[in-house]
Design a protein. Sequence first.
Length: 553
Amino acid sequence: MARPTIVVVDDDPQVLAAVKSDLKRRYGAQYRIVHADSGAAGLELAHKLRLRNDDVALFLSDQRMPQMSGTEFLTQSSGIFPRAKRILLTAYADTNAAIEAINRADVHYYLLKPWHPPEEKLFPVLDDFLDDWQAHYRPAFDGLRVLAYRWTRDAHTLKTFLARNQVPYRFLDVERVAEAKNLLADAELSDSELPAVLFPDGTALPNAAPSQVAERLGLKTHADAEFFDLVIIGAGPAGLAAAVYGASEGLHTLLVERDAPGGQAGESSRIENYLGFPAGIAGSELSRRATTQARRFGVDILCPQEAVSVEVDGPSRRIVFADGGEVLCHVLLIASGVSYRRLEAPGLLELTGTGVYYGAAATEAPTVEGRDAYVVGGGNSAGQAAMYFSRFARSVTILIRGDDLTSSMSQYLIDQIDATPNITVRNHTRVVEARGEKGLEQLVLRHDPTDTTDVVEAAGLFVFIGALPHTEWLDGVVRRDAKGFVLTGADLVGDDGQLRNWPLERDPYLFETSVPGIFAAGDVRSGSVKRVASGVGEGSVSVSSIHRYLATL
Ligand SMILES: Cc1cc2nc3c(=O)[nH]c(=O)nc-3n(C[C@H](O)[C@H](O)[C@H](O)COP(=O)(O)OP(=O)(O)OC[C@H]3O[C@@H](n4cnc5c(N)ncnc54)[C@H](O)[C@@H]3O)c2cc1C
């Protein structure tokens, strides 16, 4: 945590050195003492400090300076750090000006030069003012600050990326938070450069995209080696489990994730059915633990990095990344999971990311605070999201097409929903339109049995309706089922009992795809059970098949 700052301004180098030396001796452990040799330089310094999120406890300025007097400087500095204490250093001849400054300008006190001995004439006064300042001091947040308009897709993408990668940040809405406007001015940024990220060192990144922020934060996007025993695409439960087992059993392992470790499970507010956690565990916490465990075993993790294609190159498998980089490996494990299907209705596409969200979008909880939220879907993920948002929203309405939740949701969640007064379930109801200027404002809902529509105010629409696999990057390489899920093991055998295009004498191993040495596990696999525990199970077990394959090389 950075120490608060004391700023000294004086154009006389000797006086400046003397004040700084006294201040450092007395306050150096608690405060950072910085200086400027003119009023203009002092103001510039104050702007820089604000940009770095430093706090100024005290401005101490000489009165007599060319161009800008101490009174003028202190008055202007109050616009930058209004809570800071402001004290003038004056010669006896300037006493009247100092008194005037206290009466008229924003100056708290004046001290006469020379102030020796400081124990008597300087420190007691400063102690009082600094104690007063400390009484109301709240240490500044020292993570990233994101400046953006709340209702923009880029801001949503950036916030989600930071939250899911567990990077602490503070969101400052430039429309509603005065501090955000000041920071924009300090960083000399315009509206067209939003979202912008301010880093703790005071630098700003305009039009901040997740990959650029990742680079600045030192998140790893390039592998240390060119060749690995095992490359895993996707760091959801399946990929993380395979990484832990693979690396712990001696395989040189690379794990590649395009968004954030944890996958869908990382988006879950509370996983209640994972063995060993009787009170449930937040998806983000499970992901954090698994990622730490993988790192401990020496897994190289690239994030954010996306696999865009794969080529079979003799015994090697070559994986090409979105930035053009590539790695080679003996074995590729596809653990790229699924994501939610899109809902089709006028207005939904335009408002996606600005009120309409797919998946949990926990970062958007403040958006629905005290307002009405809608959740589409009748599965467990929809139920969990409804429970989560019910803690913030005035009301949560679950929209389902069927009669009730019993056929699609676990009974424990149905019981929780029944016991939550601000959640209602509307059956046989679908969204036929989303409306809003800057962000979602209204939904048009249709109740099919009665052939009626109604318009409701809505601050957020969270959609959880079935899943599509992330397999487009495998086009033309591995066989998939009609919905795009990867076929493995015995599922590669056709209705005629024959393995098509399988090049080896032996049968494919468990979780092996139509290409020897390429395996698939978790939700992306055709016929898999879409659960955290099964993803973890498949990821772990696939490693034993991988060892069998490696033994044949
Ligand atoms: C909100 C929510 C709540 C849930 N709650 C529960 C629950 O309580 N209990 C339960 O058992 N299950 C729950 N599930 C389901 C469970 O999370 C999934 O079954 C599980 O996460 C699947 O794991 P996976 O590793 O196969 O895939 P995923 O979790 O989907 O992970 C795949 C990862 O691969 C990455 N990826 C995709 N393509 C690429 C690429 N080309 N390059 C790099 N990376 C890529 C994705 O970004 C993703 O991180 C929930 C799901 C959601 C969305």
